[in-house]
Design a protein around this ligand. Structure first.
Ligand SMILES: C[S@@+](CC[C@H](N)C(=O)[O-])C[C@H]1O[C@@H](n2cnc3c(N)ncnc32)[C@H](O)[C@@H]1O
Length: 396
């Protein structure tokens, strides 16, 4: 099963191709971009964690045969393309929660001549069947790590090595504990450039505990959540603030969109309270879409709620919706920036019919109102506390 690593066809910066000889990490990584995600001078497509993970995985990767490498939550493709180009991995299985990451990987593969060396699979039973090396960019949420660990341990090869890398400042002992629930042997590497890798071996297969499920009798809703879904089975206070406004939302609406639906709380509440509405729910996260689909089923709303994995509602036609509800993201990496939210506001403006309504809730520290006015139309504050602000924008 062993083979020599680092000899691959890789597009060279001059437009030609290398087809023999070892490929250097620098030559590969220099070509990777974040596109179509936000690009800015201080936002990178390859980070120190990607480099450390690939270095730490060198020895086990050299022993892998076709289809025995799995990559989870690769940000923009550095792990997948690095495993292929630098370590000779073939037929790599890739699980990516974020659609923008999937699109970036595909574009980077094209740029580097590595299209066709990997395939996407969902985080579900069989994703890591027979895997001997699993490379993971540590997810933000502990429950997301738990779902990855449970899925891998279920049917990976008994000699699997799982490497979970992250920034030291984001890594906690609780992550080791979560990995120990699914693996007998968990250790940490030394930190390098403020990144660290946790190494798990000895899978302990068990049934998956996901999606988690919680009844909210006060709202008459059951919420289902996969590990990476925003707020898990809880209901965020901003979401609650929007729920309190449902009855005031566009009474003439026949079509509504939950833009960035997470577990689908807002969509499910709309479908439940307003049976005349056709409700769409979109999110770019695979975990969110699976969760919202499960939430719809758990509340008997599967036939009235359509859930789609989509970046900023790109699959919806212009001017096709009467009402949009949105609790936008406000973190991009570690920095608090408004770009991600602005993309959703622009999407809402595009899919709303003239006169349609966008109801938004956001952290009061953020100043979204001018952007809402500019991108959507006249915007009024409906509710405001020190923590959150609810606005209503009318599509001009
Ligand atoms: C703050 S959460 C709100 C989730 C849910 N609506 C709620 O209130 O609990 C924001 C959601 O927006 C999603 N999101 C962020 N950017 C997106 C994009 N470009 N396209 C679609 N969904 C996006 C995230 O995955 C996340 O689920």
């Amino acid at each position: 099963m062993g083979k020599s690593a680092g000899h691959r066809v890789v597009a060279a910066p001059d437009g030609g191709h290398w087809d023999s000889g070892p490929v250097s990490g620098t030559a590969l990584f220099d070509q990777l971009r974040r596109d179509p995600d936000v690009e800015a001078p201080d936002l990178v497509a390859v980070d120190a964690t990607d480099r450390l993970l690939l270095d730490e995985a060198a020895a086990p990767l050299a022993l892998c045969g076709p289809g025995e490498v799995v990559v989870v939550d690769d940000s923009y493709g550095a792990l997948t393309l690095g495993a292929v180009a630098l370590h000779g991995a073939t037929d790599v299985r890739v699980v990516q929660d974020l659609l923008v990451g999937e699109l970036a990987l595909a574009r980077n593969a094209e740029r580097t001549g590595l299209t066709g060396t990997f395939r996407h699979v969902p985080l579900a039973a069989g994703a890591a069947a027979g895997a001997r090396v699993v490379l993971v960019q540590a997810p933000k949420a502990l429950e997301a790590l738990r779902e990855i660990a449970e899925t891998v341990a279920a049917d990976a090869a008994p000699d699997v090595t799982v490497l979970v890398g992250g920034r030291v400042k984001h890594m906690t002992h609780a992550m080791n504990d979560v990995l120990r629930d699914s693996f007998t042997d968990v250790s940490a590497t030394l930190a390098r450039q403020k990144s660290r890798v946790l190494v798990a071996r000895g899978p302990r297969p068990g049934p998956s505990s996901f999606p988690h499920r919680q009844d909210h009798p006060d709202l008459g809703l059951t919420v289902c959540a996969h590990g990476a879904a925003f707020a898990g089975t809880r209901i965020d206070i901003g979401t609650r603030a929007l729920l309190a406004c449902l009855e005031r939302m566009n009474p003439a609406a026949t079509t509504a969109l939950d833009l960035g639906c997470g577990t689908g709380v807002l969509a499910a509440a709309l479908a439940q309270q307003r049976p005349e509405l056709r409700v769409l729910a979109v999110d770019q996260s695979a975990a969110a879409v699976a969760s919202a689909t499960a939430t719809a089923a758990a509340n008997g709303l599967a036939d009235r709620m359509t859930v789609v994995r989509d970046d900023a509602a790109a699959s919806l036609p212009d001017g096709s919706v009467d009402l949009v509800v949105c609790n936008p993201p406000f973190h991009l990496g570690a920095a608090v920036v408004t770009t991600a939210a602005d993309r959703l506001f622009a999407a809402a403006a595009r899919v709303l019919r003239p006169g349609g309504e966008l109801w938004t809730v956001y952290n009061s520290a953020l100043r979204h109102k001018p952007a809402l006015g500019r991108l959507v139309g006249p915007t009024t504050v409906v509710d405001r506390t020190p923590k959150f602000t609810v606005t209503l924008s009318s599509r001009r």
